[in-house]
Design a protein around this ligand. Structure first.
Ligand code: FE2
Length: 578
């Protein structure tokens, strides 16, 4: 039983393949298109998944799509009647729906498969059911509460549920246009971060401020029985003409401002990109984060009362709020937490595939996603060929020696490009497409920013730590294999690893357990042997672009930036001294 999962015409379009319930491959289209959050038809991602599974499209039993435009029709109709959204907005939505409905046609054209062969194979799964499935059905839990929260998809922004075995039950919803994700986007845009997906920057900015505007924000996002609602006069995503288009066909997603003039009347002028981040802006960021946490914890406490499960699965774009995630243990009764590496919209490809396999077809669950390495990998010969074609200085090593040599280089303050095995699924580099440096050096953040990342100076860098040492360094020791939680770093350790300690003494850690990514673990262990510190700084291998996928892109990034050493497989390339 082979199922191809697809997320298309939505930001972070992606594909995956599962065979008899086991994941074979998963990848975002942006990694091939080289444009962040690419939102079109995931042709290259599908092609890669088929190659990895060694099959053609005609051999696929089902194609599962993480959108279903035919749901919530009554609600959509009522909304249209009440709000009179006008022809423009209706046309925009209809066009998007048409593209989703035409996926069979597009597949048959792009992959030269007869339309008949695909007939009855395409199954549309409602967006939030796909989100829920993307976390619960691949989690280690037999039963769990499920929380799916994002901007919106298929007219829903938040869904509460419970999972048991291969079944999931929806317990409640918050419907469009009310959305916690949209609120976060609105304030992010107001603060001058206008690119799609910039919300995480504001999360990094929040600890610099005080939640001075929390009371005001409580009037904009109001708790209701079973959910929350927005004061819609502060927003315009739902309005005709001013409303934001959600129609992205083969392009990077771009959103118009979703906040209205009323937000400016209330809080003063919005920040222009590049303008100084004054205390007022920092306090707005802090208030946004505080309000978001408050709403999430309230919803989760309600969900716990209804499910009585101490296990929780999270998905949806708001699931990337690692600061809120890290505080769940202290603010709710939940004791165990699973958040998949692609908790956002890319994950709906996996969710749709597993929804079809487990829920619709009734198969038992037989897979846990406990690592993120589902993307392309390259043979040593391919890497060698690419390096040599560029005329670079190259040395070959073996695995044992390699980790020793590179640990020494890291301890000597070098910047390492670390390219190994299969590329990560989801936005976090987890030791296969990473840039690695010494976390003990206070100046490393500035060095990385000046020589490679060229990003806002307030944004933190993340630590990777041997799991068994995490309780020595962090106040909590829950496994965090996908960098989805932020924990407080113990007071006495903050000065030991200053390059990965944020202004509020926290770190968004990746724990690496025995058995997880053995090569990366071996590297951290060698670094520990040399320095006594079981932590490295890990940032994604890229420079304002999607994470590098192929050796060619890794070399280009190495050549473009100020990295000192590039390691790909067992090959090492050192920068030629000028
Ligand atoms: Fe979503």
């Amino acid at each position: 039983m082979i199922i191809l999962g697809i997320s298309a015409y939505h930001p972070d379009s992606s594909a995956c393949i599962i065979r008899d319930g086991k994941l074979i491959a998963a990848v975002e289209e942006e990694r091939f298109k080289r444009i962040k959050h690419w939102a079109g038809f995931p042709k290259e991602a599908i092609r890669y998944c088929l190659t990895e599974a060694n099959i053609s499209l005609s051999e696929v039993d089902y194609v599962a799509v993480g959108r279903n435009t035919k749901v919530n029709l009554l609600r959509k109709g009522m909304f249209a009647l009440k709000n009179n959204p006008g022809f423009g907005m209706i046309k925009d939505r209809l066009k998007n729906w048409e593209k989703i409905s035409d996926i069979g046609e597009t597949l048959s054209k792009e992959f030269e498969v007869g339309k008949k062969l695909l007939k009855n194979k395409i199954i549309n799964v409602e967006h939030h059911n796909a989100h829920m499935a993307s976390t619960f059905l691949v989690s280690p839990f037999e039963n769990a509460a499920i929380f799916s929260v994002d901007g919106f998809g298929d007219f829903v922004s938040t869904r509460f549920g419970i999972g048991l075995g291969n079944k999931m039950k929806v317990l409640g919803n918050v419907f469009y246009p009310h959305s916690l994700g949209i609120f976060y986007t609105a304030i992010t845009q107001y603060l001058g971060f206008t690119k799609y997906g910039d919300e995480y920057k504001v999360m990094g900015l929040a600890p610099f401020g005080e939640p001075e505007f929390l009371k005001d924000f409580r009037k904009i996002v109001k708790s209701t029985n079973g959910g929350f609602s927005l004061s819609l006069d502060y927003f315009k995503h739902h309005r005709e003409k001013e409303g934001t288009s959600m129609m992205w066909l083969n392009t990077a997603p771009k959103m118009n401002n979703v906040y209205s003039e009323k937000l400016i009347e209330k809080f003063g002028s919005s920040r222009k990109y590049g303008e100084q981040l004054t205390a007022r802006y920092q306090n707005l960021a802090a208030s946004l984060q505080a309000l978001t946490e408050e709403v999430i914890f309230k919803l989760l406490n309600d969900l716990y009362k209804r499910t009585k499960s101490n296990k929780l699965c999270i998905a949806g774009g708001v699931g990337y709020n690692s600061v809120a995630n890290g505080k769940i243990y202290d603010n709710t009764p939940f004791e165990e937490l699973y958040i998949p590496p692609a908790s956002g919209d890319a994950g709906t490809a996996i969710g749709a595939a597993y929804y079809v396999y487990n829920v619709i077809l009734g198969n038992k669950r037989n897979f846990v996603m406990d690592d993120a390495y589902w993307g392309p990998e390259f043979r040593d010969e391919e890497i060698e060929k690419e390096i040599k074609s560029k005329g670079l200085n190259v040395e070959e090593s073996n695995t044992d020696k390699l980790c020793k040599i590179i640990a020494r280089e890291i301890a000597d303050g070098k910047i390492i490009g670390w390219f190994q095995g299969r590329m990560e699924w989801g936005p976090r580099a987890l030791g296969n497409r990473s840039i690695i440096v010494d976390p003990r050096r206070k100046d490393m953040k500035d060095i990385l920013n000046a020589r490679i990342k060229k990003r806002e100076s307030f944004r933190p860098f993340a630590p990777s730590i041997l799991y068994e040492k995490s309780s020595e360094y962090f106040e909590k020791s829950h496994p965090t294999p996908f960098m989805m939680k932020v924990f407080k770093i113990k007071q006495d350790k903050q000065k030991v690893i200053p390059a990965v300690t944020h202004v509020d003494g926290t770190g968004r850690l990746q724990t690496v357990k025995k058995g997880e990514n053995p090569l990366y673990r071996a590297l951290i262990k060698e670094f520990e042997k040399l320095t006594g510190v079981p932590v490295v700084l890990n940032t994604s291998f890229n420079e304002n672009e999607p994470i590098v996928c192929s050796p060619k892109e890794a070399i280009e990034c190495f050549n473009r930036t100020g990295m000192d050493v590039l390691v790909m497989g067992n090959w090492m390339v050192r920068r030629k001294s000028k």
